[in-house]
Design a protein around this ligand. Structure first.
Ligand SMILES: Nc1ncnc2c1ncn2[C@@H]1O[C@H](COP(=O)(O)OS(=O)(=O)O)[C@@H](OP(=O)(O)O)[C@H]1O
Ligand SMILES: Nc1ncnc2c1ncn2[C@@H]1O[C@H](COP(=O)(O)OP(=O)(O)O)[C@@H](O)[C@H]1O
Length: 197
């Protein structure tokens, strides 16, 4: 069906923007259960990259869900729409030349594959923040697991909503066994070979 939309051709290209910033835009995507350590690790990775002189931006579940995606809940279809929008925002930020660090549960393998397709597989780095649900539940940083167990929160990931583990992540972090700084180094080492322009 014709949609009568005619995208504008920009005078400044993504290539020109990335040449100005002297860096290769990447999307570093953290996935894992609630409380696995995505936000903690994503923040630490962004700090390291920023201190190393790169232009970065951090997208994080709770922040996006109180703004751009505040109309979405936690049904499967809302999670799919949540990730679709974040993937598109990440792509825009990459076009602006940035290293984008995104931390979302993103529980479905198909959606994570969609993100890689959208931004280009060579520029997508999937980081699996692996942590047994028992440990996440013990941490219960926000008290959400306790509420989910009581049935106050429905469709909670790992309890009554699925999490599909990555099969072949670029980086696999075990946040219950590794020091934060070692996980940060693993991520930085994997991307540092190809982020300089
Ligand atoms: N039902 C349910 N299941 C999972 N998580 C819940 C739920 N309700 C609220 N929260 C809070 O929302 C944060 C996850 O949002 P995301 O956008 O990352 O989720 S998703 O990717 O769309 O699945 C998640 O943040 P993190 O703990 O940082 O993962 C929770 O704080
Ligand atoms: N090695 C580790 N990596 C990341 N977080 C860790 C680690 N060890 C303990 N933690 C703690 O686990 C909690 C993870 O919470 P958070 O980063 O908000 O997870 P998520 O964003 O996945 O919900 C934090 O309190 C953090 O200090």
């Amino acid at each position: 069906m014709e949609n009568h939309i005619h995208p504008t051709v920009f005078k400044i290209s993504g290539k020109q923007r990335k040449e100005r910033l002297k860096q290769q835009p990447k999307l570093i995507w953290f996935t894992g259960l609630s409380g696995s350590g995505k936000s903690t690790l994503a923040n630490a990775v962004e700090v390291q990259l920023f201190e190393d002189g790169y232009m970065t931006y951090l997208l994080d579940g709770d922040n996006i869900r109180t703004g751009l995606n505040k109309d979405l809940g936690f049904s499967d279809s809302d999670r799919i729409e949540n990730i679709r929008r974040i993937a598109e925002v990440s792509k825009l930020m990459m076009d602006a030349g940035l290293l984008v660090v995104s931390a979302f549960i993103s529980p479905f393998r198909e959606e994570r594959e969609m993100i890689a397709e959208l931004v280009g597989k060579e520029n997508f780095l999937e980081v699996f923040v692996d942590c047994p649900i028992e440990v996440c539940e013990q941490r219960d940083v926000k008290g959400l697991y306790a509420k989910a167990r009581k049935g106050i929160i429905k469709n909670f990931t790992g309890i009554d909503s699925p999490y599909e583990k990555p099969l072949d992540p670029a980086v696999h972090v075990h946040s219950d066994q590794e020091e934060l700084k070692d996980s940060v180094q693993k991520v930085i080492k994997t991307i540092s070979a190809n982020i300089c322009h």
